[in-house]
Structures are given as C-alpha cells and as structure tokens.
Design a protein around this ligand. Structure first.
Ligand code: FAD
Ligand code: NAP
Ligand code: SF4
Length: 687
C-alpha cells in the first residue's frame, strides 16, 4: 500500500508473540494483569471538577482497552505546587470524593489507576512558585522563592496527605513525580539547590526530600497501596545527577517503601529531544536496564515506545518489568487488547508529532490526538451506526479522505474512495520520506487496514472528473482533494534551477551542492532536513542519534550529557522567508526548537526578512535590510505554501450533488493533518 521502502513494519502477532508483555505482574498485595502502564499525561481535564466525567470516560476506555495500570495527570499536593494558577490539586476530602467516578470506571474493566502527585516547584507558571533556592527556570518568567526548612517539612506532609486522599478516592496507588526537572529534581541537583541546611549541600542532604516523601507517604497509606516513584535516570542538563547518586537514590527510594520505580528522562529545560518523532524508538530504555541490577522492585521503561514488538523487546532483554506509554494510548485506547488478540496491525500508532497532545496543553487547550480526534473527547465525538445508510464517494485518499471514508463505512454507509495516486496517503507519502518522520508510515498502514476492515471500496490510480461522479449517482460526495503548491510571483520562477518540493522529496530530481529553499514553513524545514542528510536516518540508528545530541552513559558525564558531534551536511542549504520573525517561529510549540537545532547542526543558513528579486543562472537574488545579495545556488526549491485543490466542487454543486469539502480542499492556509483528520472525522460522524 505504501510507495517506497517501509521503515517500521507491523506484523500480525498475538499474545504468544509478546509473552513478556502479557505476563501478569505480582506486586505482593495486588497483581497487574499485564505490563502495559499508561504514563501520566496532563489532559487539561484535571483542573475543573466539572470535567471529571470526561476524565472518567477517558480512563474507562483505556482500562477497557487492556491497560494494567494508568497514572493520572499531575495533581499538586498544595497551592504552592500548582503547575498553573488554580490548577489540579489533591488536597481536600471534598475533591477526593469527586474522583470516585474515575476510579470506579477504571475498576469496572479490571484495570488499576494511580494518582500522580506533582509539585511543579520553579516550573509553576505563577509568581508565587517555590523551590529549594531562589532560582528561575530558563523556561519560566517567574522566579521561585526558597522554602524555609519548616515549609519543606510541611510540604512533605502535604504529599502524604494527598496520598491518603487518593486512597480514599479509590485509587490503587500514587505516583510521586520525581523527574523532568520539577520540585524534587530542584532539590536533588546542586545547580538548583544552594541550601546549607539539612535539605542541601551534600548529595545525602539533597536526596533527603524524596526519601522523606516516600517514607511518610508509605507510613500514611499502609503497606497495600502502590507507590510509584518517577526517578530521573538521565537529567540531560548541565549539573545533572552523577550515576552513583542516581543508584543511591533508587536504592533509598526502594528502602523507603516504593513499590515500583518509573523512568524519567530529561528535565523540561533540557536541550536534548526526548519524545519527539525524530527520537529513535525505545531510545532510553538502556538506562533503565543499567539501573536494573541495583534495585529489587519492578522498573518501568519509558519514552518513544509505541508498538508491541518494541515493548516486548525491551522486556525480553531485561531492561525493565513494565512499559510506560502515554501518547500511544491517546492514539489508540485499545492498544493492549489489539496486541493481545493478534491485531497489532490494527493499532493506530502514535507518530510522536506532539501536535494535538502536548502542543494543545501548551496552548491551554484540552488534549487530543492527531491520528485519533476522539482522544480526550470520548463523550463528545462518537461514531454511532447510521439509521439511514447512504452511498457516498470520497475523493482523495490523504489523511482527510482516509479518516472520512473509514468513519463513514464504520457507521454503515457504502463508501467508494477514489485517488489519482496508485497508493493511499496523499501528502503523508511525502512526509514519511523525511529523515525523522519515519513514523508516518504507520498512519498509512493503519488506515490501509481500516479500509479493509470497514469494507471501503478503493479506486486508486484514478483521476476522477465531476461528470463521472455525477453519473455514478452517489447520494453525497466528500471532496478531500487536498492542495496544490503555491507558485510565487518571482521573476525567473520558470528557470530550470527552480524545482517543487514534491519532486525533491520523491527523488524525481537530484539537487546540486548549493540549494536555496524559498519558504520556511513546516515543509521548508522538512525539505531542508531531507537535503542535509545522507545515508541512514539517525532516527533509525540510535548510536548516530546519541552522538548528534550528546546523549551518553551517565557514568561518563553527569546527567548523561556530552557535547554533540554533528555529521556534516552533503550540501550547503539556505532557508529563506519574507517575514522578519525568527525562522521557524510558527513550528510546533514543543517540537519547533528541535527542528531549528537540527538544521543549525547542519549549518543551514536561515535568512529572515528577505524580499525576492529574481532567479537566474547566478542563483537566487534577494534583498535583506535594503542590502542586495545573491545566493549562488544550483537549485531553488519552492516551499511557499499551498492553495486548495477543488476543481470538482462547483460542477458537482451545479449538478445538484450534495458535496462536502474537508482538509486542504476546504482551507489550505495553516492546514495540517491534525485539522484534516479531525474535520473529516467530525463530518463523517454527522452524515
Ligand atoms: P492531501 O494529503 O493532499 O490528499 C489529497 C489527495 O487527493 C491526494 O492523494 C490527491 O492525489 C487526491 N486527489 C486530488 N484531486 C483528485 C481527483 N480529481 N481525483 C482523484 N484524486 C484526487 N502535517 C502535519 O500535521 N504534520 C506534519 O508533520 C506534516 N509534515 C508534512 C511534511 C511534508 C513533506 C508534507 C508535504 C506535508 C506535511 N504535512 C504535515 C501536511 C499534511 O500532510 C497535510 O496537511 C495533509 O496531508 C492534508 O490532507 P488532505 O487529505 O487534506 O490532502
Ligand atoms: P506554510 O507553513 O504556510 O509555509 C509557507 C512558507 O512560504 C512561509 O514560510 C511563507 O513565509 C512562505 N510564503 C508564502 N507565500 C509566499 C509567496 N507568495 N512567495 C514566497 N514565499 C511565500 O506552508 P507549508 O510549509 O507548505 O506547510 C503546509 C502545512 O503543512 C503547514 O500548514 C504545516 O502545518 C504542515 N506541516 C507541518 C509540519 C510539522 O512539522 N508540524 C511539517 C510540514 C508541514 P513568508 O511569507 O514569510 O515568506
Ligand atoms: Fe501521538 Fe501526535 Fe497523537 Fe500526540 S498528537 S498522541 S504525539 S500521534
């Protein structure tokens, strides 16, 4: 179904193929039904008690889908620990009683659930935040106030109180958030803890806080309650923990009464990517494996584990006892049950784009998922069987057309999907060829399988006309015909040096050693990535990726952070835009910095505030700040945005055919697959 080599290949396999993944885990006082652990995610539904029914539906679907132990988003133990003003907190009996609906919903389907207690420390987005010392995080405008010794003691009691309240709310346990640079890390690191009392100074003093928290929480909740401690195994920041300190802390946490240790990787302010799509799968499980011989309680591996074969391999080589996945369970609530029943090829795979989950949270919206718009919207978006089946044509098998046709067919409509290309996927067939975007293969595989399962008739390799569609007598037509690249009005735009991005990415043209890219949107960045790599993508070569980003054995460098070594680019690339803003400012909130840094590693020259004069044999002529400049290049690649492709629309409407536009065919400006899939799914749910 996919055009060209597939990097990730999901094969049919069942529970017998994943013996480690589906082996129950006996914790002594309770048993987890398998090794699937849903890591904590802030969904945006934690802050208002009015959203609790939506949260209950969210966790219920994941428990029904086979997750053994889910962890909630973070709840602060007190006001000072708030992530944002009036954010989620577990501090009163009345709040706890409202959580019953969540825990009951999870237990009904055999799953277990733990409440995460998260004190934000200096990451608290408010002027009243507190920390070990008066410091300011580089990612927060608000400087923290140092807690007094008495206040530290009271904060530990607040953790223990939250744990008791969680138990009263019906939770099976708690997770103490001790990683990602939050409050506990701020005490552990000498870079953020400048105290001279019993909570600072020596390593033993700096680790006193987390040990006391676990001790007092255990004392408060009794022996038969799960305490997960999320431990930062690689800080990836200057001044990070030494490996011997990490081991010592893990052993002390075990001795203090923790049931399970979960892996944390990187502080939020770290400049090493830890979860974006270009991070290799299971890139950090080796560090969990490194800790394994030093502790006796189960360990959880985390970060970029998204498919059952990857999870099984981590468990089989003994790196960990449980597999934490957060975003993969947003993408598919039935992940575990599909893997167990031999339907791994039906899994809607998380492509680690962050576009609808983390980016939404940073924009203060509720979480969703690019490939599954129902995530976080379980009570709002449902694909119910239709009581009036229709005959519907969907034109275009890009993300919008694939989502529309599969949802329509699942609901009982008769659907014909038509595309001019011989393969499905639309522009995802270009995206998947970009180094670092290999995961996009999985979305095409998922939809290909859904087309088969829902019985959509496919007519590929067919450029359909309006006349044909009218003659076929469809009740309705969905136009998901996507976009056409914009051709900017620049003198010399028809010069032989000028090429379109699609021809570059498919390899239809081969470029010279000096290239200018016009347009620094998502596609301009992707094309620059494509042009500056050769050979195997670092995403598929863990060692090369670690070298590039300076990730190393924490015994060799504190916090596992070394200096990056960057493979040179095979060509010189200029990335140009007219806007005067920082190049790449419009990229994803949580992933844009990675794209910018990756191109800086390749010495791509980014030029903002350009006005294009002409293109000729000499190259691309432009003006920046009134100064004329010629980029002497062999080729100019145009990535100047797109226009809707909708030549079929007016003729269909004129012929009286009920016609709907979705995705790029509707609005091309600021189009991405998140909007394309959500809009198409919502339309298909309503027809
Ligand atoms: P398209 O994907 O363009 O699909 C339209 C389909 O309609 C095509 O297959 C076309 O052949 C077919 N068609 C058109 N007319 C006819 C006709 N008359 N008859 C038959 N078939 C017809 N988005 C993101 O969200 N995140 C990313 O990281 C990302 N990366 C990208 C990287 C690259 C290199 C590119 C090119 C795009 C990327 N995108 C990304 C954008 C994303 O792919 C698009 O937003 C999305 O594909 C739009 O979906 P669509 O279904 O509306 O249109
Ligand atoms: P885009 O993001 O709209 O960028 C188009 C670029 O072209 C802009 O930098 C714009 O900058 C420039 N431009 C626009 N009109 C121009 C003109 N007439 N002449 C010269 N330059 C012009 O579009 P895109 O890069 O084609 O991407 C399409 C969509 O795919 C995007 O909306 C994006 O969300 C999605 N996508 C996302 C990702 C991702 O990683 N999330 C990756 C790829 C694509 P100036 O006007 O400043 O020159
Ligand atoms: Fe994964 Fe992207 Fe969905 Fe987030 S939005 S869960 S990263 S596929």
């Amino acid at each position: 179904m996919v055009d060209g080599p597939i990097r990730y290949n999901t094969v049919m396999a069942d529970a017998t193929t994943y013996p480690h993944l589906f082996e129950p885990l006996d914790l002594g006082f309770t048993t987890l039904r398998n090794r699937v652990f849903m890591g904590s995610m802030h969904t945006g539904l934690e802050d208002k008690t009015g959203d609790i029914p939506r949260l209950a539906a969210f966790f219920e679907e994941r428990s029904k889908g086979g997750v053994a132990l889910s962890i909630t988003g973070g709840y602060a133990p007190n006001r000072e620990g708030w992530l944002s003003p009036f954010g989620s907190r577990m501090a009163t009996k009345s709040l706890a009683s409202k959580h019953r609906v969540i825990t009951d919903a999870v237990h009904q389907h055999g799953g277990k659930i733990a409440l995460q207690i998260l004190h934000a420390g200096r990451y608290g987005y408010n002027p009243f935040n507190v920390s070990a010392s008066a410091t300011k995080a580089p990612i927060n405008p608000f400087k923290a106030r140092a807690l007094s010794g008495k206040q530290v003691d009271r904060t530990i009691d607040d953790y223990a109180k939250s744990a008791v309240l969680a138990r009263e709310a019906g939770y099976d346990g708690i997770e103490i958030m001790g990683s990602e640079g939050y409050f506990i890390n701020q005490f552990l690191s000498a870079a953020t803890n400048h105290r001279t009392d019993q909570w600072g100074g020596s390593a033993a003093n700096r680790m006193r806080l987390p040990i006391e928290i676990v001790l007092r929480a255990r004392e408060a909740v009794g022996p038969d309650f799960i305490i997960v401690y999320r431990l930062s195994m690689l800080d990836l920041v200057p001044g990070g923990q030494r490996w011997d300190e990490t081991v010592e802390l893990a052993q002390a946490i075990e001795a203090a009464g923790a049931t399970i240790i979960n892996t944390g990787i990187g502080w939020h302010e770290a400049r090493v990517p830890t979860i974006v799509t270009s991070v290799p799968r299971a890139a950090f499980t080796w560090v969990t494996g490194k800790l394994k011989p030093h502790v006796g309680i189960p360990l959880v591996a985390s970060n970029r584990i998204n498919m059952p074969d990857v999870a099984e391999a981590v468990l089989a080589r003994g790196d960990a006892d449980l597999i934490s996945m957060a975003r993969p369970l947003l993408a598919d609530a039935d992940w575990a049950v599909k893997a167990e029943e031999g339907r791994a090829d039906e899994i809607n795979t998380c492509i680690a784009c962050n576009q609808a989950c983390l980016d939404n949270i940073f924009e203060r919206k509720h979480v969703s998922c690019l490939v599954n718009p129902r995530a976080g919207h379980e009570t709002l978006l449902n694909y119910l069987p239709t009581d009036a089946p229709k005959k519907i044509a969907v034109v275009g098998a890009g993300p919008a057309g694939l989502a529309a046709s599969t949802v329509l067919a699942q609901r009982g409509h008769t659907v014909e999907l038509i595309d001019a290309d011989p393969v499905i996927g639309g522009q995802f067939n270009l995206a998947r060829r970009i180094p670092g975007k290999e995961e996009f293969d999985e979305t095409i595989r998922y939809f290909g399988r859904q087309l088969e399962l829902t019985g959509v008739t496919q007519r590929l390799g067919t450029l359909v006309s309006a006349d044909e569609l009218v003659a076929a007598g469809h009740d309705e037509v969905v136009l998901a015909t996507g976009v056409v690249p914009r051709v900017p009005q620049i003198s010399g735009i028809d010069h032989p040096k000028v090429v379109g991005y699609a021809d570059v990415i498919t390899g239809a043209v081969t470029l010279g050693e000096r290239v200018a890219v016009i347009g620094a949107g998502g596609i301009g960045f992707d094309v620059s990535e494509f042009l500056t790599h050769e050979g195997v993508s670092p995403t598929l070569d863990l060692e090369a990726w670690q070298k590039e980003w300076g990730v190393t054995d924490p015994e060799l460098a504190d916090g596992g952070l070394a200096k990056g070594e960057h493979a040179p680019s095979p060509r010189k690339v200029f990335l140009v835009q007219r806007k005067t803003t920082k190049v790449g400012a419009g990229l994803g909130k949580t992933s844009g910095w990675v794209h910018r840094a990756a191109l800086q590693h390749k010495k791509v020259e980014m030029i903002a505030g350009a006005s294009y004069t002409r293109i000729d044999d000499a190259g691309l002529h432009l003006e920046v700040d009134g100064v004329a400049r010629v980029l002497e290049v062999d080729h100019v690649v145009v990535c100047a945005g797109q226009e809707p492709r909708r030549e079929l629309h007016d003729a269909l409407v004129a012929a009286g055919v009920k016609t709907h536009l979705v995705g790029g065919a509707d609005v091309a400006a600021e189009l991405d697959a998140k909007r394309a899939i959500a809009q198409a799914s919502e339309l298909a749910a309503a027809l």
